[in-house]
Design a protein around this ligand. Structure first.
Ligand code: AP5
Length: 217
């Protein structure tokens, strides 16, 4: 079972993908987390992608496709993969289809989270993340038990450098211009399900889980 979760920045893709991957025994592969890990390591790849990420622009297809499709080959013993943040352009989607079909696999379902722009800014400016385990919190909607500290490993939480209002605007522009056309691409294939992402975290999780069960059994 290979799933994609789509949606604008801050829609809740990472929050839901972490939970769904546990419920359905899927490997959660987040392109944003992979790139942030490379930056943290100080790798050559991390250096190449930093300027795009900090400006809220998409990393060029030639870079991201190679990174994610290489990772995809390692299924880690799970029942499939849940892709979060990839694909984000038509070229990435067709590369993904090609690699999966070469392994007699395919994208089975695409979950598209719909959240209006007004909510996005609040979600993003209130987000805090754990730099050790990538857990995601929100100062009001999803706070940690102890303020500013990760529940899982006690690491002080941080604010992502691209989580400013100015960069969010650019990320939304990139989303509407380059990524939202993928909804039509997957709708034509009959595998797109739209889910209201404005409910609380548990409400959205329930709706996404129901969509997966009804489509894939
Ligand atoms: P990436 O990390 O993928 O960022 P994004 O798509 O902008 O998505 P976010 O991580 O901001 O949001 P999310 O939808 O995961 O929301 P979350 O669950 O955290 O990419 C970063 C950058 O990397 C890109 O800008 C680009 O430069 C590059 N990149 C990555 N992939 C690429 C690709 N394929 N091609 C090219 N470039 C690529 O939730 C947000 C907040 O809301 C949190 O605080 C959370 O607690 C809260 N929240 C979540 N759900 C709810 C809810 N239901 N109610 C209330 N609050 C909620």
């Amino acid at each position: 079972m290979n799933l994609v979760i789509l949606g604008p920045p801050g829609a809740g893709k990472g929050t839901q993908a972490a939970r769904l991957s546990e419920v359905f025994s899927l490997r959660h592969l987040s392109s944003g987390d992979v790139l942030r890990a490379e930056r943290k390591k100080g790798s050559a790849l991390g250096g190449r992608v930093a300027k795009y990420m900090d400006a809220g622009e998409l990393v060029p297809d030639g870079i991201i496709v190679e990174v994610i499709l290489t990772q995809l080959q390692d299924s880690g013993g799970s029942k499939g993969v849940l892709l979060d943040g990839f694909p984000r352009t038509r070229a990435q989607a067709t590369s993904l289809d090609k690699v999966l079909s070469g392994a007699s696999r395919r994208v089975d379902l695409v979950l598209s989270l719909t959240v209006p722009d007004e909510l996005i800014v609040d979600r993003i400016t209130g987000r805090r993340i754990c730099p050790t385990c990538d857990a995601v919190y929100h100062v009001r909607a999803l706070p940690p038990a102890e303020r500013g500290v990760c529940d899982h490993d006690g690491t002080p939480l941080i604010h992502r450098t691209d989580d400013t209002e100015a960069v969010v605007k650019q990320r939304l522009t990139a989303y509407y211009e380059q990524t939202s056309p993928l909804e039509a691409y997957y709708r034509e294939k009959g595998i797109l399900v739209e889910v209201d992402g404005t409910k609380d975290v548990d409400g959205v999780l329930e709706a996404l889980s129901a969509a997966i069960r009804s489509r894939l059994g």
